[in-house]
Design a protein around this ligand. Structure first.
Ligand code: SAH
Length: 213
């Protein structure tokens, strides 16, 4: 697993692209500048890893586009030691961004193959989330709640109640909602019962799958 000066150069260019597209959070940009995204992809995509695009990662899933990762992460307004719940570990790239920003990351993945692959990869890269789980993201992780932030990295047909319930007061839930196209939605918890809602444009994700049994 190699990370070269050429990769670093491509990452610097990617960071510029993200800045041009409106990403301003310095800690997000710094994390993207450091993380070797090519190592989260199958080696056949190595040459493309620093384009601002999504790519297949196996099990019919995709690694999110860097712009989408940056946009969602920026909305979380991460501070060091924030407890963040991620739904859809996938390749682990988003997980790595959150870890590098100093968050304590709890992440759930429902595809066992991806769960195993990513659980093995992250420690090799020196990235240590607090907790990786194989399971159903609709349920969240009640045993570790409440969270300062929750980020859903798959398109949700509706907002899972459990994820709202597991947010701290003042906490932020970032979730793309919709079927074919999703509206990026930010909920900020005001108190026990009230959430402020912001809709922030259209994105496309693989679906957040629900087990109907
Ligand atoms: N954050 C990932 C994005 C992966 S795509 C990355 O940067 O690579 C979305 C992921 O959500 C897929 O891996 C998919 O298997 C997972 N997913 C879909 N439905 C889920 C559910 N109900 N619970 C947990 N993960 C789910």
């Amino acid at each position: 697993m190699k990370d070269t000066a050429k990769h670093q150069g491509l990452r610097n260019q990617l960071v510029k692209v993200l800045q041009e597209k409106g990403i301003t959070d310095k800690n997000v940009l710094e994390a993207i500048r450091k993380i070797p995204r090519h190592l989260f992809l199958n080696s056949s995509f190595e040459d493309y890893a620093y384009q601002d695009k999504a790519f297949p990662i196996g099990a019919g899933q995709t690694i999110s586009q860097p712009y989408t990762v940056a946009f969602q992460t920026q909305l979380l307004e991460i501070k060091k030691d924030y407890k963040i719940l991620e739904i859809g570990t996938g390749s682990g790239y988003q997980t790595a961004v959150l870890c590098l920003m100093g968050a304590k990351v709890f992440s759930i993945e429902r595809q066992n193959e991806l769960f195993k692959q990513t659980s093995a990869l992250l420690p090799k890269l020196g990235i240590r989330p607090k907790h990786l789980t194989f399971g159903d993201g609709y349920k969240g992780l009640p045993g570790f709640a409440p969270f300062d932030g929750v980020i859903v990295t798959a398109g949700a047909p509706y907002v899972p109640q459990a994820l709202m319930a597991q947010l701290k007061i003042g906490g932020r839930l970032v979730i793309p909602i919709g079927d074919d196209v999703q509206v990026m939605t930010l909920f900020i918890r005001k108190n026990e019962t009230q959430f402020e809602k912001h809709e922030l444009g259209e994105f496309r994700f693989v679906p957040l799958l629900e087990d109907k049994n």
